[in-house]
Design a protein around this ligand. Structure first.
Ligand code: GLN
Length: 267
């Protein structure tokens, strides 16, 4: 029923099905085995309201209020960027390099929904994390997600412009998926019109945040500490320039072959 109204989106039928599942609070198996059930008028109205929002390109994650990241269901609202699958490469890179048997300290800059901080805390049971964001509304979402996944005791959420609120500490790793979109770049309507612009844009080149973040990170990393950041398409060479003076600079490609994670060591 809702699919026609979402066409020509390639995800139209999947989105319509998911919105119906959420409206009825039923799973896919139930839908398939009850094709002729008539739904109550209030449920129909609620479903139509969700379909109308999706037809205006609102991301499905904001409509249902949820996105899975690294196997963890996270609450999302329009105050936070929707976690992307590409960012899971950053988690994998961190888990491959950081010790699992020591009480290490990590800073996550621009935590947003808390996706990176929570995934790392979940997989590194001895780690403690300082999760920073300039947006108090984002921090409230992240805090709720940390509670939901039982890692809130090991994550210290702080309102901060980059590392400003962590100046007296030293870290084993600093991780970030910062804003990196150039203001001149044309984003899809569902990103441009709905996701928080402070989480997306970083000046004309998209590099403004890295230019501040990289030197700040160098000052607060322990010797041998790791900086791991998500980067945008086409930014590899510029980031390599900004990482001059670091050791073991490395880039990891995403599934499309685009360099997506920058790694460097303070040694
Ligand atoms: N990957 C996001 C996008 O292009 C951007 C996220 C970011 O700026 N960190 O839609």
């Amino acid at each position: 029923m809702g699919t026609n109204r979402l066409d020509p989106s390639p995800t139209a039928s999947r989105d319509a099905e998911l919105l119906l599942m959420r409206t009825l609070d039923k799973d896919r198996a139930w839908l398939l085995t009850h094709p002729r059930d008539v739904i109550a008028p209030e449920q129909l109205a609620a479903y139509e309201e969700k379909i109308a929002r999706r037809a205006q390109h609102e991301p499905i994650q904001y409509i249902i209020g949820e996105q899975e990241f690294f196997g963890l269901a996270l609450q999302v609202s329009p105050t936070v960027l929707i976690p992307r699958p590409e960012t899971e490469h950053l988690i994998e890179a961190a888990l491959a390099r950081l010790p699992h048997d020591r009480a290490i300290r990590i800073a996550d800059i621009g935590t947003g929904s808390g996706a990176i901080a929570i995934a790392l805390a979940h997989s590194l049971p001895q780690a403690t994390i300082v999760a920073l964001d300039i947006s108090p509304a984002a921090l409230a979402v992240a805090q709720g997600n940390a509670v939901r996944h039982n890692v809130a005791a090991r994550i210290d959420f702080r309102e901060s412009d980059l590392l400003a609120a962590a100046q007296d500490e030293r870290f084993d790793a600093i991780v970030s998926n910062p804003p990196y979109v150039a203001t001149t770049e044309e984003l899809e309507p569902q990103v441009r019109d709905y996701e928080p612009s402070t989480a997306l844009y970083a000046g004309e080149s998209g590099l403004d945040i890295y230019r501040r973040l990289i030197p700040q990170a160098k000052a607060l990393l322990k010797p041998g500490g790791w900086l791991m950041m998500e980067i945008g398409q086409g930014q590899r060479d510029a980031i390599a320039d900004l990482l001059q003076g670091w050791s073991g600079v490395e880039f990891i490609a995403d599934l499309q072959g685009i360099p997506r994670v920058a790694i460097a060591q303070n040694a």
